[in-house]
Structure formats: C-alpha cells, structure tokens
Design a protein around this ligand. Sequence first.
Ligand SMILES: [Zn+2]
Length: 311
Amino acid sequence: MTWRWADMGIHTGIDSQDFSILYKNEEECAAAIIAMKWPGGFICPRCAHTHCSRLTTRRIPLFECGNCRHQTSPLIGTIFEGTHLPLLKWFQALELFLLPDGISAMRLSQVIRVTYKTAWLMLHKIRHAMGEFDARELLSGVVKVNNDLYGYDPSRCQLSHPHASVVVAGCAVTESGEPERVKIHLVPPQNRTYGERASRHDLAEFITGNVDIHASEVQLFPLAFRLYAPLRKVVREAWQSLKCTYVALGRKHLQAYLNEYTGRRRLRQSGGERTMRQELLHMCAAIPTISYRQLTTRHRHQIFPLPVAAA
Ligand SMILES: [Zn+2]
C-alpha cells in the first residue's frame, strides 16, 4: 500500500519524497528503525555481543543474542515501544508532524484513522522525543538571551493579553547575526502578576541549563524595551504558528509545544527534506517512550529532565 498526502487533500509544502515513498510497508518501516537503533549492526543490550539470529514470526522482528540468548525488540527504548499500531501509521504521523505548522490531534486522527486519544498520544510521544533530544544539546558560540513574553501582541492594549506567559528565549547566532538554534523556556508564574518579566535568577538559571558557557559569549537582554529583535520575532512566530494549529492550547503542555516549534524550526534549517526526516526518526529511535499517565500527570511548566541515556 502506498499513500500520498495530495490524495487526502493535504499539501505538505515539502517534496514528494516523503516517508510514504521511502517506506512502503511494515518491513521497510521496521528496517528503518533497526538501522537507526543499531547503525553499526546488532549489539546485545545485555552482554554487548554482536551476533544474533532474527526471529521473524512476529509482526516486528525479534533478535536473539548468539551468546546469552537474550531476546530483544528493536522498538525497546524508542518512542514506538509497546505500540499496537502499524508502523506505517507512525511514519505517516511523523511526516505530518513535519508540516510547517505541525498537525492537530483531531486532524491526525481523521487522516490516519485512529481515535483522537491515540493521535494525541502519538503526537505527544514525537514531541517528547524532540524535546528530550533538543535538551541534550547546549547553545554555544555567540548566544543571545531575551527576557520575553509569549502570547503578547505589542500592537494591542496590554490588558487584552491576560494569558501572556513569561519566557526566557535564547539562541545561537549565525555569522550574519541571525538566530540559528533557538530555545524558549516558560518561567513558572510563582505569584507573578501580569506584565512582570523573568528575574535575574530565572535568566541565570536558563543560561546554566542551556548554554555551554565555556564555549560561548553570552549577551543578555534583560530589559523589555531593549530585546534582541530577531529572537523576539521567533517567539512571536512560535505563537502565531501554535495558535493556528492548536487553536486552544492549555498551559499544561505549552512547554512541549514550544519545544516542538523550536525543534521543527531547527530540523527545517538542517538541510534537505530527507535529512529532516532522518533526523526526526533518529530522535524517535533514541528516546524512550513516555506513557499516557506520565503525560497527563506531568507538571505544568515542567522542562523535561534528561532521561538516562538510551543504550
Ligand atoms: Zn547477549
């Protein structure tokens, strides 16, 4: 079976070499995940032996170590672990996730024919992989840090923005001074009244957690009226994009959506569409999954902690 977005009334704005062309069936999807997980060939997670036999009686192949006989699935330690869905549906979701403004769970559920809850969970798992992956890489070089507001339109009266959120945004800049890699972090409210900005402590905390200070020259913009304009523009664009796809976005998962926006922006900068897809798949194969329960009980402004490195 092959599927084309154009047939479903969806125009990706990227080329036609999408996942649907690259991977046509379950075997090819599984092979792509296996290649991402073990790029240098099989490694037993228990004894590091490199020879195995492949048991193909199951939907997803199982590998048995030639030394200790441990059996392992290539989906273990990936966001696909424990899934009952065909991998093709996952690959369709990955492709749609890469649309310029992403895709809502409602729309995804209609396009790939799964329930709303399943679509919601799939998108959050992909988002989780992207956020975790991004958190591992620090900003370096010339880094600019703004004390900004998300969801704030300066052309409107301040009172009309009761939901604007305080954020610290940072970016590495290119030689021509444009924002390259961007991180936008929500600052927990902690009795903040509207209009307040992040404190010096919040800014310092952002720098400690997100900037490689030994390899960077950090320029701080703590004052609202003197922000680094190109970075402020990215924060506004994030708001516009998320607003257009996710209409009513709760604050509980807002950090995950901001990570999605900056992560996708980064992937789109990374080169051709093929690279973009491979990088997203790489993230999904390298980050252990997150459960529905973990997602629904997580804290409002939680910036994801680093997981134990995947084997
Ligand atoms: Zn083994």
